[in-house]
Write a protein that binds this ligand. Structure first.
Ligand SMILES: [Zn+2]
Length: 135
């Protein structure tokens, strides 16, 4: 009869499990009610600790630069040539008119993608009201 079951994608997602305290892999299983897919069961591949939903999963994410905060831009050094640096810094997403910040993520209002403050893109649009420097 009709095939409703889909092949589950075999993606290895690393998590740090609170159940067994190890770096393990996330196990994803589809939950079916009859032939209807009603949800997903997320659990630890090692100890079977079940996470209630995606938000509860302690994904192991690589932090590229610990201690680097969004407000801190690397101070342009004269060594790199000031024009080049300001050309790059001037195009950072955080200076873009489409840049939207909320407490959880920053995103680009144009592409609707998640961005970093230090990203640059082709669609860069300067903010309409540039910050006036007072000194
Ligand atoms: Zn576990």
């Amino acid at each position: 009869m009709a095939k409703t079951e889909q092949a589950t994608s075999k993606q290895s997602i690393k998590i740090s499990c609170p159940g067994c305290g190890q770096d393990t892999l996330l196990k994803r299983e589809s939950i079916y009610e009859g032939f209807k897919r009603v949800g997903e069961k997320l659990s630890c591949a090692v100890c079977g600790h079940v996470f209630s939903d995606e938000a509860a999963v302690p994904f192991k994410v690589k932090k590229s630069m610990p201690g680097f905060t969004h407000g801190d831009l690397p101070r342009p050094s004269k060594v790199f040539g000031e024009q080049e640096v300001s050309a790059t810094v001037g195009r950072l997403c955080r200076h873009c008119a489409h840049y939207i910040v909320n407490p959880f993520l920053q995103r680009c209002g144009r592409s609707n993608r998640e961005v970093e403050a230090t990203d640059t893109c082709e669609e860069f649009t300067p903010k309409p009201n540039p910050v006036v420097q007072s000194s």
